[in-house]
Design a protein around this ligand. Structure first.
Ligand SMILES: Cc1cc2nc3c(=O)[nH]c(=O)nc-3n(C[C@H](O)[C@H](O)[C@H](O)COP(=O)(O)O)c2cc1C
Length: 335
């Protein structure tokens, strides 16, 4: 692909990047590629697809991440995803949770690269949108260079040209999923080398990146960066992505502006019966490092959880932040 489409993305995160979260992130950035939580192919094919993978038009560009290891089932799920209007189907070859260890999907598939390639070929043949892989460097005792390059080469031969690499191994023995996001060491150099040695492939780096400056630094070596936890916990950084990462001639989107853009969405979802907390839980970090951040977080956490909570909670929280800003400004004037 090697275009700008994957230059910056927010990672798929189970229980976090649901549709409310993605709609919220979209208020801050038009260009960032957003990913769904992982949904198993089985659930998409046999379950209530509309509930599981339905999304709002505002979320584009948005990719559906699937979990699974059966080519035919994945192909069916991919077709359903394409039918819903997703821009990309991504296969999870990186998730180390207990559930995925027992079924054969997620990071344990790093041991079965030909199977992954078969899955990608089946999905690629079934849909017109791009099919991509998100993987680790390897698992457990694997030589990361060998496991990564073998997986990428076999998938590339099956027609895949875009790979997101979480730049650490997964240790399937003895670490929790959370530890598997911090303990195995990051090896960015190997991902840079993958790009250098496979220049025609689009290589996206992921893992441990915390700031836009770090992301920009990575773009000297790879085609794109994917942020997970930092984007979720400090969503305000997304407000600078379109200008700083994509070079668009647009102003930074501030936190107050993002809330106002999100307001009609929240109003509509409240009318449809969604609880306010389902949306506000993704916004807790919006004002982090700004005056009033703690009040914002506290009011949203406590008040939005009450039965029948509506947009008045947002107004209350915004008023607390605005007042903290005023106080901080007055203090600065005096100093
Ligand atoms: C709460 C949470 C849920 C996650 N769920 C998924 C998932 O469904 N699919 C996936 O490929 N990775 C998942 N990940 C891993 C992230 O996509 C990403 O690879 C990882 O957090 C490293 O990036 P970061 O250091 O920028 O957070 C999850 C991570 C977190 C924190």
């Amino acid at each position: 692909m090697n275009d700008l489409s994957h230059r910056f993305s927010v990672a798929p995160m189970m229980d976090w990047t649901d549709r409310h979260c993605r709609a919220f992130h979209r208020t801050l950035t038009k260009r960032t590629r957003l990913y769904t939580e992982m949904v198993t192919a089985q659930a998409v094919v046999r379950g209530d697809a509309a509930r599981l993978i339905g999304f709002e038009g505002v979320e584009h560009p948005v990719a559906l991440q699937l979990g699974g290891s059966e080519p035919a089932l994945l192909a069916k799920a991919a077709v359903i995803g394409e039918g819903f209007g997703y821009d990309e189907i991504n296969l999870n070859v990186g998730c180390p949770s207990d559930r995925v260890k027992s079924g054969s999907f997620g990071a344990c598939l790093m041991r079965e690269p030909q199977r992954v390639a078969d899955c990608m070929a089946a999905m690629g043949a079934a849909v017109r949108i791009p099919v991509t892989v998100k993987c680790r460097l390897g698992v457990d005792e694997q030589d990361p260079e060998e496991s990564l390059f073998t997986l990428v080469d076999l998938c590339a031969a099956a027609g895949v040209d875009t790979f997101v690499v979480h730049a650490r191994k997964a240790w399937l023995q003895g670490l929790s999923p959370k530890e598997n996001r911090t303990v195995p060491p990051l090896e960015y150099g190997l991902v840079h080398r993958l790009k250098a040695e496979r220049p025609r492939l689009s290589i996206i780096i992921n893992g441990g990146l915390e700031t836009l400056d770090q992301a920009i630094g990575q773009l000297s070596y790879v085609d794109g960066v994917m942020l997970g936890r930092a984007a979720y916990h400090i969503p305000a950084l997304l407000g600078r992505v379109d200008a700083q990462i994509f070079g668009d001639a647009v102003a930074e989107v501030g936190a107050f502006e993002a809330v106002e853009t999100y307001r009609p969405y929240m109003a509509r979802k409240l009318r449809e019966g969604a609880p306010l907390a389902a949306m506000t839980r993704h916004m807790l970090g919006l004002f982090s490092a700004q005056p009033g951040a703690r009040s914002w977080r506290r009011i949203l956490t406590v008040e939005a959880a009450k039965p029948g909570a509506g947009l008045e909670v947002i107004d209350l929280a915004l008023a607390a932040v605005a007042s903290a800003h005023t106080q901080a400004e007055a203090y600065m004037m005096q100093a």
